[in-house]
Write a protein that binds this ligand. Structure first.
Ligand SMILES: [Zn+2]
Length: 168
């Protein structure tokens, strides 16, 4: 149940032990318990005139398919700062993050369990240009989304649209 077979503290072999309500890898040498937690990631829903900004993924999972600009949070970032950075890296667009739309977890074969925080965001500036691990960056009609890498991303687009309707 873990990718680590040895203790990162003392080098002893890890074994599965029932502790605090579930089976967890634990070290027989020093007693260190390995708590496995999902990786925090952010995704941005930029809406403008009925269109949403999407990127075509260059890497797995979902390589070749479309997704919201998204990525993992760095250690010293707020979720909002991660949104601004990821959108800039992948699309060259400066954005202003808005409301948290929702949170979801998924499991994939590359990163394991991931926690995704999705934020509404407003376009601020910049000419669209794909960068980092995005192959393309384009605006899509929200009523006609392309093949999406993650079902949750399409749902976040719907939620952002509903939010916009409530605000007008
Ligand atoms: Zn140990």
């Amino acid at each position: 149940m873990t990718t680590n077979h040895f203790c990162t503290l003392c080098g002893e072999k890890l074994s599965d032990v029932f502790v605090e309500g579930r089976v967890r890898p634990a070290c027989s040498g020093c007693g260190h318990i390995v708590y496995l937690n999902p990786l925090p990631a952010v995704a941005a829903v930029l809406l403008q005139s009925g269109r949403v900004l999407l990127i075509r993924r260059g890497v797995e999972p979902g390589a070749g398919l479309w997704a919201l600009p998204s990525g993992f949070m760095e250690q010293d970032e707020s979720p909002e700062q991660a949104v601004v950075r990821e959108v800039l890296e992948e699309t060259n667009v400066q954005c202003v993050p808005g409301r948290l739309l929702g949170a979801t977890t998924h499991h994939d074969h590359v990163f394991g369990h991931v926690l995704v925080l999705a934020f509404a965001a407003r376009f601020a500036d910049g000419d669209l240009r794909a960068g980092d691990d995005a192959r393309e960056a384009l605006w899509f009609d929200t009523q006609n989304l392309p093949d999406m890498a993650f079902r949750s991303h399409a749902e976040f687009v719907r939620q952002a649209e509903q939010l916009m309707e409530c605000n007008t």
